[in-house]
Ligand binder design. Structure first.
Ligand code: ADP
Length: 489
């Protein structure tokens, strides 16, 4: 029996310990999917993936069998910083939690202060590298995610040159969101003694930014959907790194995220007023009625309930949705918006509620259980994202029979088939990032809604689509195995 392939998955957040957005879903579900891959899907080798996250102060719930397993120091020019490592087991997977002064000082997972976040995540990144050589389990691959852990890929490449402990470890870096590069943390990068890059493929401004440094050094780069992997090579979505990324395009793959199909299953979801499946779709109505009641909105069979769930920021297009909804007030619809983020956009959502009190509700908070009830009770999910590396909300919505109306970009393009497609689709897409283009797609959906058989057929096409990790986990396994067998590019 060949040795297992050991992968340490390094992330800022992971369900069920801590989730702020899609990264939390992915880091909670992909490692588990990889661990349960059949041997013949992974070149005959078991994949022993383990997870490491910061021991954020918001992780206050009791963790089973939590043990302190080690202490070490993270080098810093002004004196080493102490780190403690704890271990717990979640669904049979060992999970490491790293604690240290820069992590303990933060009160939220991400702050708005780039220096505070820089100190926390650069410390965590470097601590994860220390951890990799101090366990009696030796990782073959370190899989980093986003800017928070990217600097470790850069530092790993530096250490491989001089240290035999790191010499055989390969790195993978996933881009979940390219514009978040760790900008503002350059001084922190330098304060940890990490010199700026000298490679002139990287624009000068990016040479001390954590994500670009990671992208320069990682042995393989993954964008979280095939379309996003292409989009980041062009100016519109490349954030100034497109020319540099083109030089690395042989090492970039696009692999679609999956969702945790057990955690997101309307037939067993305990958060719902009523469970349902494709064979008992009418039961779904219980959820819509209960959700409307919760928000004190009236129920009428012919009024579709529109929902929006996500971070409220420029990326997600809350402004486009608000403006678009104002343009179609002559149509029957109700809307519930759930999210937090940009204060200006939050107040725009609240204003819409004040303007249209008989049909709009804005829930400005993070509320996981409410999100489950909304996916189950909403008729349409609005997702007019300006860019969307992958997007999970549309997949969860489809699995719950809630039809997406979304912008044709990134992972939205890869997961949603427009209803005009031959054979019928599972949602509605529009191209231009404008309220007018959004309303054209929304009006098509509103016009279809009263046609119950056609609408249900579309719901069923969404609910039966494979959004599991199976295929994608195989693609990850293939990348890990290839990296082990060849010299990095
Ligand atoms: P992101 O760009 O934030 O990662 P995704 O669509 O990939 O967007 O994933 C967002 C995840 O976070 C989904 O599981 C969504 O349901 C959840 N989510 C976002 N905002 C909220 C909120 N305010 N309350 C509950 N869940 C939320």
């Amino acid at each position: 029996m060949p040795d297992p392939l050991n992968v340490l998955f390094v992330s800022a957040e992971a369900e069920p310990l801590v989730k702020v957005g899609g990264l939390g879903d992915v880091a909670g579900s992909l490692p588990r999917a990889l661990r349960s891959l059949p041997l013949n899907d992974a070149g005959g080798r078991a994949i022993d993936v383990r997870l490491v996250i910061p021991f954020h102060s918001v992780i206050t719930h009791r963790l089973p069998d939590l043990q302190l397993i080690g202490n070490f120091q993270v080098p810093h020019p002004s004196g080493p910083i102490p780190a403690r490592v704890f271990m717990t087991t979640i669904n049979q997977m060992p999970v490491y939690l790293i604690e240290g002064p820069p992590i303990l000082s933060g009160t939220t997972v991400y702050s708005t202060n780039p220096i505070e976040d820089g100190e926390k995540y650069i410390f965590f990144s470097l601590a994860s590298l220390e951890l990799a050589t101090r366990l009696d389990w030796k990782p073959d691959i370190l899989h980093f995610n986003d800017w928070h852990t990217a600097i470790a890929a850069y530092e790993l490449a530096n250490r491989r040159k001089t240290s035999s402990s790191y010499a055989r470890i390969k790195s993978v870096l996933s881009i979940h969101n390219l514009p978040f590069m760790g900008g503002g943390a350059e001084t922190v990068v330098r304060s940890f003694g990490i010199p700026p890059a000298t490679d002139d493929r990287l624009p000068v401004w990016a040479r001390s930014f954590p994500l670009p440094l990671g992208l320069l050094a990682a042995d393989h780069i993954i964008a979280v959907s095939p379309t996003y992997a292409q989009e980041i090579l062009a100016p519109e979505f490349g954030c100034g790194l497109q020319d540099f990324l083109k030089t690395r395009s042989d090492c970039i793959s696009g692999i679609l995220n999956g969702i945790d199909e057990k955690g997101w299953d309307p037939s067993t979801d305990t958060a719902l007023a009523g469970n349902f499946s494709v064979s008992e779709l009418d039961q779904r109505l219980i959820n819509k009625k209960s959700l409307l009641e919760e928000f004190q909105l009236p129920y009428s069979p012919n009024i579709p309930l529109l929902i929006m769930i996500g971070r409220i920021d420029n990326q997600k297009g809350m402004d486009l949705a608000i403006e678009g909804l104002r343009m179609v007030t002559d149509q029957p619809w109700q809307a519930i918006l759930l999210g937090t983020g940009d204060p200006l956009l939050e107040s725009a959502a609240r204003s819409l509620e004040v303007e249209l009190p008989d049909r709009v509700r804005a829930a400005i908070r993070f509320d996981l259980l409410l999100s489950h009830r909304m996916y189950a009770g909403g008729d349409m999910l609005l997702m007019p994202s300006r860019y969307e590396p992958c997007g999970l909300a549309q997949m969860i919505a489809m699995r719950y029979g809630c039809v997406p109306v979304a912008r044709e970009t990134g992972g939205l393009k890869d997961t949603i088939r427009d209803n005009r497609e031959p054979g019928g689709g599972n949602g509605y897409l529009f191209k231009e990032a404008s309220p007018a283009a959004f309303t054209v797609a929304l009006l098509r959906a509103l016009a279809m809604y009263p046609n119950r058989p056609a609408w249900q057929a579309m719901q069923i096409r969404g609910m039966t689509q494979d959004f599991s990790w199976k295929q994608s986990a195989r693609a990850y396994a293939e990348i890990y195995l290839n990296l082990q067998e060849r010299e990095p590019c």
